[in-house]
Write a protein that binds this ligand. Structure first.
Ligand code: RP5
Length: 164
């Protein structure tokens, strides 16, 4: 059995609409991954246990999504040397600006790589994880380059309607 390379965690099942975009990318690239709810404030002991076990389990990165006062990515990063990629989930009242600031404004010493708010950030966090893994995997790098080439071709094929 292939060991899990990337962990995808989120503060609540309500984050899944956003975080599923990370999982879809990992599936597309056939990256062994797991996805689960690990809430910083509702299950702090589980969060610590997840972080403490991550390196020993062979995880290469953790993609962590959370909304509001989004402690999860930073607290995970504080408890593991495994790189943490933070995804700000759009919140009900502040549209995710609170999540973004909570994740990106880590004090010096414990970094969290922070991505855009919402689905684009979740997908990009997964693409970033693929790029990290591709440093040690030539076949995966070739697939990542092919993925980008498809985007380039699609952009070049874009046409615009006549002015209204
Ligand atoms: C955070 O609180 C979660 O990451 C989620 O974005 C937010 C709201 O959670 P629910 O009240 O929808 O479960 O912990």
């Amino acid at each position: 059995m292939t060991s899990i390379q990337i962990g995808v965690v989120m503060g609540s099942s309500s984050d899944w609409d956003t975080m599923q975009h990370a999982v879809a990318i990992l599936q597309q690239f056939d990256i062994a991954h797991e996805a689960r709810v690990v809430s910083a404030h509702r299950m702090p002991d589980d969060m610590f246990a997840y972080a403490e076990a991550a390196a020993g389990r062979g995880l290469k990165a953790i993609i962590a999504g959370a909304g509001g006062a989004a402690h999860l990515p930073g607290m995970l990063a504080a408890k593991t040397p495994v790189p943490v990629l933070g995804v700000p989930v759009a919140s009900r009242h502040l549209q995710g600006v609170d999540s973004l600031h909570s994740i990106v404004q880590m004090p010096k010493g414990i970094p969290v790589a922070t991505f855009a708010i919402g689905a684009a950030g979740a997908a990009n966090a997964a693409l970033f994880a693929v790029a990290l893994l591709a440093n040690e995997d030539a076949a995966l790098r070739a697939r990542l380059l092919a993925f980008r080439a498809e985007q380039t071709a699609a952009a070049r094929a874009m046409t615009l309607p006549p002015p209204a």
